[in-house]
Design a protein around this ligand. Structure first.
Ligand SMILES: Cc1ncc(COP(=O)(O)O)c(C=O)c1O
Length: 393
């Protein structure tokens, strides 16, 4: 270990030098709008709590009630002793929301992508190595799941259905099962995948379409159902607009049965605890009534995008509540983050490998807790020619 430790130290030094070192900033939660650091309140622009449900009394109350009635832990994996009666009604609600016949709750979005993809892409079960086409900007957990299955992904250009089509044609091989993997709303860019075109390509090529609906669920689509109607399998998380924690797969009953028998992340991990299930359950009940909040978030993000672009900032292809401010170099993103911090705004610098080199950015996320005045104050701070920015694309 002693020898290895110096290697880890060298890794950290290189990260520091390249402006890539990551640290855990100690914060206190504040409320849905703000975050507290060292006793000071900052406007929180870094949270995925898009509907401001994290502090909603209905979620807290049901979490409390489920804990009081069922305990704070579930005791074991769902297959061993943890498949509490609480799961079935919640899974029915998710299946209905996603318009699929079945759903399966998992521990986290990362774990769901990693473990579900590993299971679905198992060549021993499929009878041949699958051809897996993925958007280059897919979340790390999707790439992780492919790697765990020993798959070499065929990556298409981000959001480029024509390129996907070309690759599908080039790799036409009827003997190998095909899968297409995409996010619906991309987590670091806030743009939307061309799901209609991708769905048509999937059908034309007999490919299974798997969509990660993490950043659309709750906030986009009719009643907040997300944007995954085209997908055969939907993976998503409760940790973003639903305010809590945990994840799900929505799919056919047969696939659900298969996952119960083959998905390591479900089989070998303790079931979600009852208070977490309580928060999920209450959030799912509230979703249909949050139309005003959804509209407000969209309006706030639009107001910011227009203002930022007028100031010469590159907000990429964002059309949703996630708006990047692309700074370019790692140090430029850090400087921008620091400048906003000094002015009372909390926005984390996102750097490679999370985003491609040269596109380091602040990833701003707007929520129902934000106010128009917050956006205007933020734009006032950004109205400074000395701040780093890339040329408008
Ligand atoms: C697209 C996407 N999928 C999955 C995840 C992971 O979800 P979770 O935070 O629930 O592990 C995230 C969040 O980081 C995400 O952005």
């Amino acid at each position: 270990m002693a020898g290895s430790e110096s290697r880890y130290g060298a890794f950290l030094e290189a990260r520091e030098r390249d402006g890539l070192r990551r640290d855990l900033t100690p914060v206190e939660a504040g409320d849905a709008r703000t975050i507290r650091i060292g006793g000071e309140a900052y406007l929180n622009l870094a949270s995925n709590d898009y509907l401001a449900l994290r502090f909603h009394p209905a979620l807290i109350e049901r979490a409390r009630a489920f804990a009081a009635e069922h305990g704070v832990g579930s005791g074991a994996s769902r297959l061993v002793t943890g498949n509490l009666s609480l799961f079935a009604p919640i899974e029915a609600k998710i299946a209905a929301l996603k318009q699929k016949q079945a759903a399966l709750i998992m521990a986290s979005g990362f774990q769901a992508n990693a473990a579900v993809l590993q299971a679905l892409l198992d060549r021993a079960v499929l009878g041949a190595e699958p051809l897996v086409f993925s958007d280059r900007f897919n979340h790390a957990s999707m790439h992780f799941g492919c790697a765990a299955a020993g798959i070499r992904e065929i990556r298409y250009r981000h959001g480029d259905a024509a390129h996907l089509g070309e690759l599908l044609t080039r790799h036409r091989d009827a003997s190998r099962p095909k899968f297409i993997l995409t996010e619906s709303v991309f987590s670091m860019d806030g743009d939307i995948a061309p799901l209609g075109e991708i769905g048509a390509l999937a059908r034309a090529n007999n490919a299974t379409l798997i969509a990660d609906d993490a950043h659309a669920t709750g906030i986009l689509g009719e009643g907040g159902r997300g944007l995954s109607a085209e997908a055969d399998v939907v993976i998503g998380t409760f940790s973003k607009a639903l305010g809590g924690f945990g994840a799900y797969v929505a799919c056919s009953p047969a696939l659900r049965d298969y996952l119960i028998n083959r998905c390591s992340g479900l089989i070998y991990s303790t079931a979600l605890p009852p208070p977490v299930l309580g928060a999920i359950d209450a959030a799912l009940d509230l979703l249909p009534s949050f139309e005003l909040e959804r509209t407000r978030v969209v309006d706030l993000a639009l107001r910011f995008r227009l203002g930022a672009r007028a100031l010469g900032f590159d907000t990429g292809a964002s059309t949703t509540q996630i708006v990047p401010l692309i700074a370019g170099s790692n140090h430029a993103a850090l400087t921008l983050s620091q400048r906003l911090r000094e002015a009372g705004f909390f926005a984390t610098a996102i750097r490679p490998p999370t985003v491609p080199a040269g596109t380091a950015r602040l990833r701003l996320a707007f929520t129902a807790a934000h106010r128009q005045a917050d956006i205007d104050a933020l734009l006032d701070v950004l109205d400074d020619r000395a701040l780093p920015r890339t040329a408008l694309g």
